[in-house]
Design a protein around this ligand. Structure first.
Ligand code: MN
Length: 179
């Protein structure tokens, strides 16, 4: 099967002084149809680690899949993330935007300084440099499709001082955000 794959690695992240590096992956050859094999799983779509080491406990119980890659003619990536019950994505911000479609389950999306209860079918837009985090409910996984430009900057986490500022301005977020 491996000879079906293009083995070049993708320049999907701009160089940065940040320590984050997008986990390497193989860009797969395009095929016209891939069957869904389970909820949140598809033929010829690998489950990948969410982010590499260096993020400590900044995220919990989250996986990543690339549904459509940058070789699909639109200079973007369409990813599927799944946060297990009780888990969360990194609280972060960056220049690139996110177009998000909730695919399964329910949870909380932090966007900017607002929190939203989200469930299947909801749409979320994260603009440049807006803080964001996706948190699954304790009793349900939260799966979402997230579209990003292929050439993008690295996510940046909040410093302790930034968190203190956010929580002083928006105290209601202190019990919601995981950072
Ligand atoms: Mn992000």
């Amino acid at each position: 099967m491996h000879d079906e794959y293009m083995t070049r690695s993708l320049p999907i992240a701009k160089q940065s002084t940040d320590t984050y590096h997008t986990p390497s992956h193989v860009v797969k050859a395009l095929t016209p149809f891939r069957k869904r094999t389970d909820v949140g799983a598809w033929e010829d779509v690998d489950q990948l680690i969410y982010k590499e080491q260096g993020y400590g406990a900044a995220f919990k119980s989250i996986t990543r899949r690339i549904l459509f890659d940058s070789n699909a003619g639109q200079h973007n990536q369409v990813r599927y993330f799944e946060v297990a019950a009780g888990g969360w994505s990194t609280f972060e911000h960056h220049e690139h935007t996110h177009q998000v479609i909730i695919y399964r389950g329910s949870g909380t999306a932090i966007v900017g300084y607002h929190s939203f209860q989200v469930s299947e079918g909801d749409l979320i837009f994260v603009d440049s440099w807006q803080w964001h985090q996706f948190i699954a409910n304790d009793d349900a996984a939260l799966g979402f499709i997230c579209i990003v430009t292929a050439d993008r900057d690295h996510p940046v986490q909040a410093t302790p001082a930034q968190l203190q500022e956010i929580f002083s301005q928006h105290p209601e977020l202190e019990t919601i955000i995981h950072a």
